[in-house]
Design a protein around this ligand. Structure first.
Ligand SMILES: [Zn+2]
Length: 261
């Protein structure tokens, strides 16, 4: 059940939606928590720190450096992350964002998640800043493929055309963010948004907090949806201490009720 203060916040957010022509959603691991995915930290928020059999921290095993030296080790953990996503699918929160993209003139989603759920749900304007697990590419030639899961991949998958090692198109620890994604994000944030949502992200990275900062500087409304508090909590105008699917569903239902009235 939504509490009276949450309902009041939702009404305020819905008023802004009524006037909005452009919306940015910034999403993190909490967005996919309702799909059953773990929210701990790692590549796209999918891995906890701690010991491994190899005696390295998980951040080292999932680093670009390790991938160059021992790609089979990195693949082993990438496979575990993929396994955590397998069988899971997008939830009501992703679906609401995709519906809003259809409804409003300009909607973009910036996600830290590598699960591809925003696209699966039907969102098209997605900047997956950490890449997507199901996009596989060759480390030498231009070969690229989209896989449904890693079930058919060998322990060290190699390219069918040039036999070099394959890798998922995700940003490993210590690697640069994809330039295309970064420039797209900069461009869209400069264009500006009438409303910015930060959803289920711990906001540890500057590129995740900066759209909220820019919105605040321009006096645009900002909303955080997160059961816990984060570094952006004190920057945003509205806060909903709720799960992503519950909050987005409630906002969207209320918005549609108001449209009818
Ligand atoms: Zn190749």
């Amino acid at each position: 059940m939504l509490s009276p203060p949450d309902l009041e916040t939702i009404d305020r957010v819905v008023e802004h939606l009524g006037r909005a022509r452009s919306i940015l959603f910034v999403t993190g691991a909490g967005m996919s928590a309702d799909s059953g995915l773990p929210t701990y930290r790692g590549v796209g928020g999918l891995y906890d720190g701690g010991e491994t059999e190899e005696g390295f921290a998980i951040e080292e095993l999932l680093s670009g450096e390790m991938f160059r030296q021992r790609p089979a080790w990195t693949w082993k953990y990438l496979r575990q992350i993929e396994q955590a996503c397998r069988g899971a699918k997008f939830n009501r929160g992703h679906a609401v964002i995709a519906e809003m993209e259809q409804h409003f003139p300009r909607v973009w989603t910036l996600t830290q998640n590598v699960d591809g759920f925003h696209r699966d749900a039907g969102s098209r304007n997605v900047i997956a800043i950490h890449g997507e697990l199901h996009q596989i590419l060759c480390t030498r030639c231009s070969h690229r493929e989209t896989v449904r899961d890693y079930a058919h991949l060998s322990d060290l998958p190699c390219c069918a055309s040039c036999s070099a090692v394959l890798r998922p198109d995700v940003v490993l620890f210590g690697e640069m963010l994809p330039e295309a994604g970064v420039s797209k994000l900069r461009y869209q944030v400069r264009e500006g948004f009438d409303l910015v949502f930060s959803i289920g992200t711990t906001s540890l990275f500057p590129y995740i907090t900066f759209p909220v900062e820019v919105a605040r500087e321009r006096d645009k409304p900002t909303v955080e949806i997160n059961p816990g508090t984060t570094p952006v909590s004190r920057m945003v105008r509205y806060r909903l201490p709720l799960g992503a699917a519950e909050a987005l569903d409630a906002i969207w239902k209320r918005y549609k009720e108001k449209q009818k009235a």
